[in-house]
Design a protein around this ligand. Sequence first.
Ligand SMILES: Nc1nc2c(c(=O)[nH]1)N[C@H]1C(S)=C(S)[C@@H](COP(=O)(O)OP(=O)(O)OC[C@H]3O[C@@H](n4cnc5c(=O)[nH]c(N)nc54)[C@H](O)[C@@H]3O)O[C@H]1N2
Ligand SMILES: Nc1nc2c(c(=O)[nH]1)N[C@H]1C(S)=C(S)[C@@H](COP(=O)(O)OP(=O)(O)OC[C@H]3O[C@@H](n4cnc5c(=O)[nH]c(N)nc54)[C@H](O)[C@@H]3O)O[C@H]1N2
Ligand code: SF4
Ligand SMILES: [Mo]
Length: 674
Amino acid sequence: MSHDERILTTCPRDCYDACGIEVAIRDGVIRHVRGDRDHHVSRGRLCTKCATAYNGVLLDPDARLLTPLGRDGPKGSGRFKALSWEQALDEIACRLSAIVSTSGADKILGAHYTGTFALLGYDFPTRFMRRLGAREVDPDTICNKAGHVALEYLYGTSLDGFDPRSARDAACILVWGANPSASAPHQHEHWLPEAPGRVVVVDPVRTPTAREADLHLQPFPGSDAALAFAIANVISREGMLDRELLQGHSVGFDELEPLLEDCTPEWGERVTGVPASAIEQAGRWYGAGPSLLWIGQGFQRQPRGGNAVRAVAQLAALSGNLGRPGTGVLYLNGAHSRGIDEDYLAGSSIAGSVPEPISHMDLVGCLEDPEQSRALLCWNINIAASNPQQARLRRALTRDDLFTVVIDLFPTDTTDLADFVLPAASFLECDDLVASYFHLTLSAQVKAIEPLGQSLPNTEIFRRLAAAMGFDEPELQESDADAIEHLLRGTGLGLDFAQLAERGTVWAYPEPRIQFADLRFPTPSGRIELASESAAKDGHPRLAQPFADPRPADGLLRLLTPASPWMLNDSFANEPKIARRVGTPTVALHPADAAARGIADGDRVVVSNEVGALQLTVTLSEDLPPGVAFSPKGRWPKLESERANVNVLNPGTAGDMGASTTVHGIEVAVTAVG
Ligand SMILES: Nc1nc2c(c(=O)[nH]1)N[C@H]1C(S)=C(S)[C@@H](COP(=O)(O)OP(=O)(O)OC[C@H]3O[C@@H](n4cnc5c(=O)[nH]c(N)nc54)[C@H](O)[C@@H]3O)O[C@H]1N2
Ligand SMILES: Nc1nc2c(c(=O)[nH]1)N[C@H]1C(S)=C(S)[C@@H](COP(=O)(O)OP(=O)(O)OC[C@H]3O[C@@H](n4cnc5c(=O)[nH]c(N)nc54)[C@H](O)[C@@H]3O)O[C@H]1N2
Ligand code: SF4
Ligand SMILES: [Mo]
């Protein structure tokens, strides 16, 4: 009789949770993939989307890419022929070498993000791209760059957040522009409810997390900076400013203080739509502390999202909610806080000149222009679904003189437009490391089964590509096992991979780490920079400003398209059970906005603006403020009747900082069909 073998591994999706997973295998076949009962986050249950997809489409050989493919028809026809790895890589190397010698390596673009956010799967390919001298499409510009830039101005870092375990000492947790009920499901289900303090949520949408909070502030999208200044006004008025911290450890408070005076709660109500009494309550709870501030990625996707993050994040400094138990600010926790040497991983030792990156907001323009682009390599990203200017991008990707290679697990809209498609192995099929960007843990991703078909991990694909190109730097051939052991030695945890794999997940610090415990900040002055010379040099105001975006002009609505609980970005739209569950694509409207347009629940509408149009089915929702439309991201254009998703409406305008996405700043008209 055979018995199940049990393997502990970790979910490497771009998700706050980094769930511990138990895989049961019998005779080399997976029997089930489920939450590890003993894991502090998953506690025996994965989110529904992964529980479904990891036992469904991810293991389905009919859904996965199984061999390298070469285009066998016009671009975008989706016609491919199967190739051996050797054939495919030889041809790719030949084409890339020719482009390097005729046009220059800087005409080769590399676009990648967090399809897998496991350390090697995410970063190892960068070694090859550096050696090639290709131009990187700055990964964070599609997601969260504005927030990173803003926090660097203010605190000198965006990647050294509070330790979530410090919630046990917090009297208040302020969740600003994050929706854990979708994007961090276990923090919604366990972390927030188990925290002893009050929970305050700031979100234009009454999300399930907002509904369960002690207080929900519902500002109009893009008015967060004004709201933060009104809260700062309350903190000041109530005598809750931490003048000692401000004097000893910050610069610019003398310039900021006069700005606070006019930002009364009543003014705040007028510009944000949040009642003055709620602003006062939030100010008193947060200001009294000890308080944690979780800065989500939602509101920095507004046109002036960088300014908004500066305005919100400085609340911690003003009220002294820094440097002691139960206080701090979290945007993301970087892997370096667990001793992971990311420079080593990304091959910063490899010499060669790396051209200036471009923003994802400029990708379409660059791909339309043969002077700027000759080749595109994509991995861990599905640009034809997730990038702005969807219709223009599709056209640009059909350029005959653009040589395109896409690496993915599944045949996506982006692979359909490639010249060569290379099949990637899933996280169940290779070893790696996962560093949660929320908890300060390190986890093992452990190979449970052999890669499906001829698929290979990203690392092996890039090793083979380097060899085919004739690159002989040893860093490009380092094995996964060697890289993992090197990284683990750097952590000082005293564990090798086998020991980590046995435990699944380990904490980097035995006790909750206090953020900024020494009140030294990695800014140029070593202090909190409320006024920032660096910001001024980059063309921004020295100080955060109490801005609120103007409301959309007559008849237009602000469209929000954030995370859905059913999809992980653009992953899992091809999982049949999930597709059935989510049904046709919808847009939610406030009943007053629907009535004003003669629209009823269930009606078909056209949502449109200057870049595109999309038909959607209306649902009515009192969870939105009037003036806001809502349609979650994550659908595959190729599976939709119009071969488009909400990004056909995204003009791709760059935000105020870091040339970052403004995907939540889109304005649309909504009209009944017919
Ligand atoms: N309208 C709208 N658009 C958005 C957003 C929004 O809020 N609204 N959010 C933006 C944000 S925050 C992000 S991060 C982007 C992300 O958007 P996407 O790039 O679509 O992200 P994912 O679906 O996470 O992953 C991309 C691809 O990586 C593949 N993949 C998974 N594992 C591996 C692997 O091991 N190797 C390889 N080679 N591929 C793998 C998956 O199959 C998937 O096709 O979308 C952005 N687009
Ligand atoms: N289930 C699921 N989980 C995910 C993802 C997914 O697609 N699905 N994506 C992953 C990725 S790549 C990322 S980057 C994270 C993102 O996760 P989050 O940080 O939670 O960001 P979003 O989902 O973009 O938006 C969060 C909230 O911001 C709100 N918001 C929009 N505009 C504004 C505004 O102007 N002000 C305020 N205060 N709030 C605003 C939205 O209504 C939304 O509820 O989630 C990750 N986790
Ligand atoms: S996507 Fe997030 S919640 Fe779902 S299993 Fe992975 S880590 Fe857990
Ligand atoms: Mo993201």
